[in-house]
Ligand binder design. Structure first.
Ligand code: KG4
Ligand code: ZN
Length: 361
């Protein structure tokens, strides 16, 4: 049965709604994808202010959802279900999208799917190309940095994650130290163009270890110090290029370790590597990862650029995949600030304890 799902995303600073169709044969079409960014409202504070975000979501969610429906050319009666991000994220914002989704589900008699935002990123590459399960996933965004074996809908095994900051957070904080505008990732990528990536030596984290964990705090501190004394534009360009390369290098090295692990129990026809999340929009990161995937006999997929950063099309698709598998949620589904994809690994591994200093997922 073809499924047509309205997706809602409000977990951070984007209010987004989208309508996605998943056909019987697995073909995916995005009928609409509307994203209202709150960047201008948060920019004066140099980062996302949760209270401002929640209020802005409340003010715009109904108009954004109505626009997604009208751009799709559909009435609510054409929907098979509603999918809303239920976490992890800034809980005030998550509650807005989830409550709106519940209201639509109740009023229209539709099934609700409470979607894990990370599962949305995990399926996002499928918005651009057919990527079969299972695959190895590098999820790199502002709040998350992890390597996962994705066996199917909702079936993830974590191979590694960050022990401090996420890669996007490292981009953002270093960019801020260099005086670049928020959000820093794209600004740093632009500044790095034509820069000499070998100019500054930056620390390499967790080199003596064999696992797939990440750490960016040492790099962040070192780059922050260099940023203070690097003021000439050419020098700043070289520093940006060196930082971008240091982050790309760590992402690539850990992904290569994960590819070796994954290849132990997955044959050549299952060796698929996917990168998703906001940092997947970085061209240098993509190129480094693609070369590594090819060298290890993996296919390479990344979402179309528009679906790397937060969007509702990925939430709608994750919801549609769940509905296709017969899974939906009750109207008592709760908004969750933390919600690891691999719950078992998160509980078992004490280095990933929750809390301000713990890994974000
Ligand atoms: O997936 P996303 O929109 O939100 C989260 O779920 O966190 O990711 C946002 C992150 C930010 O840290 C942003 O700086 C980073 O992705 N980002 C980039 C680029 N575009 C977005 N980092 C490096 N280069 C980019 N081009
Ligand atoms: Zn995200």
């Amino acid at each position: 049965m073809t499924l047509t799902v309205l997706g809602l995303e409000t977990s951070c600073d984007e209010t987004a709604a989208a309508v996605v169709r998943l056909a019987d044969d697995g073909a995916v079409s995005v009928l609409s994808s509307v994203i209202a960014s709150q960047i201008a409202q948060h920019a004066p504070f140099g980062g996302v202010v949760p209270e401002i975000a929640a209020r802005a979501h409340v003010e715009s969610i109904d108009a954004i959802a109505a626009r997604a429906m009208s751009e799709a050319g559909l009435g609510y009666e054409a929907l098979s279900g509603v999918a809303a991000t239920a976490g992890p994220g800034l809980v005030g914002g998550v509650m807005v999208g989830l409550s709106f989704g519940k209201a639509v589900a109740l009023a229209r008699g539709l099934p609700l799917v409470a979607v894990n935002h990370l599962e949305g990123h995990a399926v996002s590459a499928r918005l651009g190309a057919a990527v079969a399960y299972p695959f190895l996933l590098l999820l790199v965004s502002g709040g998350h940095c992890q390597l996962l074996e994705v066996a199917g809908v909702g079936a993830c095994r974590r191979l590694g994650s960050t022990i401090d900051d996420a890669a996007g957070e490292a981009f953002d904080k270093i960019a801020k130290a260099m005086g670049l505008a928020y959000p820093g990732g794209p600004a740093l990528e632009k500044l790095a163009e034509g820069g000499d990536a070998t100019r500054f030596a930056l620390p390499r984290a967790l080199l003596g270890r064999e696992d797939c964990d990440f750490s960016f705090s040492g790099l962040k501190t070192a780059a922050g110090r260099l940023a203070e004394k690097t003021t000439a534009p050419e020098d700043q360009r070289d520093l940006a290029a060196s930082v971008q390369e240091a982050i790309a290098r760590q992402l690539t090295e850990r992904s290569e370790r994960a590819m070796k692990l994954y290849a132990q129990d997955h044959g050549p026809d299952q060796r698929r590597f996917v990168v998703a999340g906001g940092v997947a929009a970085n061209r240098h990161v993509r190129a480094r990862l693609q070369a590594a995937a090819e060298a290890h006999g993996f296919s390479f997929n990344a979402p179309p650029l528009a679906y790397c950063t937060d969007n509702a099309a990925m939430i709608a698709l994750a919801g549609a995949e769940r509905l296709a598998a017969g899974i939906s949620d009750g109207l008592d589904a709760v908004a969750r600030p933390r919600w690891p994809l691999d719950q078992a690994a998160a509980v078992a591994n004490p280095t990933h304890a929750p809390g301000r200093k713990g890994a974000k997922a």
